[in-house]
Structures are given as C-alpha cells and as structure tokens.
Write a protein that binds this ligand. Sequence first.
Ligand SMILES: CCCCCCCCCCCCCCCC(=O)SCCNC(=O)CCNC(=O)[C@H](O)C(C)(C)COP(=O)(O)OP(=O)(O)OC[C@H]1O[C@@H](n2cnc3c(N)ncnc32)[C@H](O)[C@@H]1OP(=O)(O)O
Length: 264
Amino acid sequence: MIRTGGVQQIARGLCQIMGREISKGNFNTNISQMTPRGTLQLPWSSINSVRTMAVLPWPFSFQPRDFSLPNSSWGSDMRRLYEHYNSQCEVETDDGEKKWGVWRRLPSYNRSLKYATGGVYLSKIIQSKARLFTRNIREQGAGFEYVVFVNKQEQKCVCVFQAGHLLEGPPGHVHGGAIATMIDTVTGTHATYLSGPVMTANLNINYRSPISLGSTVLLTCSLDKKEGRKTFVSCQVTNTDSSKLHTEATGLFLSITMGHLLGG
Ligand SMILES: CCCCCCCCCCCCCCCC(=O)SCCNC(=O)CCNC(=O)[C@H](O)C(C)(C)COP(=O)(O)OP(=O)(O)OC[C@H]1O[C@@H](n2cnc3c(N)ncnc32)[C@H](O)[C@@H]1OP(=O)(O)O
C-alpha cells in the first residue's frame, strides 16, 4: 500500500513522466518485471483507479545511457564473457519467434529512481547531481566496468567486472573497498531481482587472493535462502575461468517499502 505522500509523489512522478495518471494504490516494483528491451512491466494490475497502464519505459530519465553495454574500454575477456552470456539471453523458436533464454542482461543506469528525495539532505539541487556510486566516473574503463546477467530459474546471477585504474588499492591491485562495492552492488541487485526493493543489512567478506588492476573477474551470486523479509545471498569472485578464488562473501538483505527509501 502507498503509505506516504512521498511514495505517492514518486508514483505520480513516474506516471507523469510517461504521460499517464495514477490516483492511489499499490506501488511495489520488481526488476524481474523488465522486458527484453529494458523497459519495465510495472504491476499495474494491483493499482486502483488507473487509466491505461501498459508496458512503461524504465523510470530513470529520458533516453538514459545503458552502462552495461560494451564500450571501447572493454578488454577481450570482458567482451568474450559478455558475448557468452548475452547470446543466451534470447533464443529463436522453430517458427522464428524470439523468446527469453535462461539469462537476462540487466540494464544499468547512473541514477536510480529519479524522484527519491533522500530526506532533508538531498535538496533538489543536489538531487540533480546524485549518481549511482559505481557509475559516476565519466572516463570509460577508468572505474567500474560491469554487466550483470540473471538466471531466474537457477536463482543465480553473474557479473562480469573489469576493474579500472582508478580503483587501485595495493600497488597494481584492486582496492578492497572497490571489491566490496561490487559485491554489495551485485548481491543487492540479485536480492532486488528476487525479492523486490531491499537494503543491505549485513555483508561478510573474505579476501582470499588479490585482483590485478585492469583484469576482468566474475562475480557469481546465488540465493541461499529467503525467510520472510530476509534474503540471504552468497557471492564468489573468481578469475574468468573460475579456477582461482579471489573473494567470497555472504549478504543479508531486508525487504523495504519505498517509504523507507524516502524517509517517509
Ligand atoms: C529500490 C528500487 C531498486 C531499483 C533497482 C536499482 C538497481 C540499482 C543497483 C544498485 C544496487 C545497489 C545495492 C546496494 C545496496 C546498499 O548498499 S543499501 C545501503 C547500505 N545499507 C543501509 O544503509 C541499511 C541501513 N539499515 C537499515 O536501514 C535498517 O537497519 C534495515 C536494514 C532496513 C533493517 O531495518 P528494519 O526494516 O527496521 O528491520 P529490523 O526490524 O531491525 O530487523 C528485521 C529482522 O532483520 C534482522 N536484522 C536486521 N539487521 C540485521 C543485521 N545487520 N544482521 C542480522 N540480522 C539483522 C533483525 O534481527 C530482525 O530479525 P527477526 O527478529 O525478524 O528474526
């Protein structure tokens, strides 16, 4: 149920972007409802008093850049693994129809919900400058280059991650905080995919072997269990053929309402 004015504002804002209207009702999106073209199928059937609701564009900004698509900074490992999973995202049936495959590539933008106020600190001026932490470095290849694919059947996801030169920790190697950031991002995205909006409550990380700066690694996440509002996810960071373990982690994610994000 919509509980706060802020949530209603978001719902209205999203609908206004799309030139549609909503008066009241539920607003609980799940990124598993994204369609092949990166649009989002909102659960409009659960919204009362809604006029013409159908498939709406992903509610970030107008024609946002999708950072999960290949760019010229991607090395051969990054491209090869992207192709490996991307080729399994869509399959062609005997009668030539395109259908989802076992994997889905999740689009990635530099701003999540545009209308989140973030409480009193995120003024309208600051809000317009807010950016997703992992997507805030303009230079391609300098920071976090990554793409996430999810496999709903197996309730797992993989992230292909190429660590840029601005992520240095120990000389020539990736900073532990940058690795933790990627683990939080990918496990959090996976938990959101499985359970809807969540926040990280607990993250345990063991660093087993350093990651060379500029190299590409795989983050593989799987669902351990779901208990009420709790989603438990584990994650392994390995080299590209999974023969070497770099990092392993477990995370607890708690389902939240949109009001929790808005401070409402
Ligand atoms: C949204 C739309 C998405 C759109 C798609 C966009 C995709 C774009 C990708 C970006 C992906 C980035 C992903 C980053 C994700 C973050 O980094 S989130 C930021 C870091 N996390 C935070 O700031 C969270 C801060 N903490 C909190 O807000 C609150 O503590 C929480 C986590 C919401 C929980 O509070 P609460 O809801 O009041 O829950 P509470 O009643 O305290 O506890 C409920 C249960 O959980 C247990 N629990 C709570 N905390 C813990 C804990 N730390 N350890 C163990 N148990 C715990 C309690 O013991 C309790 O258990 P039971 O007694 O029920 O068995």
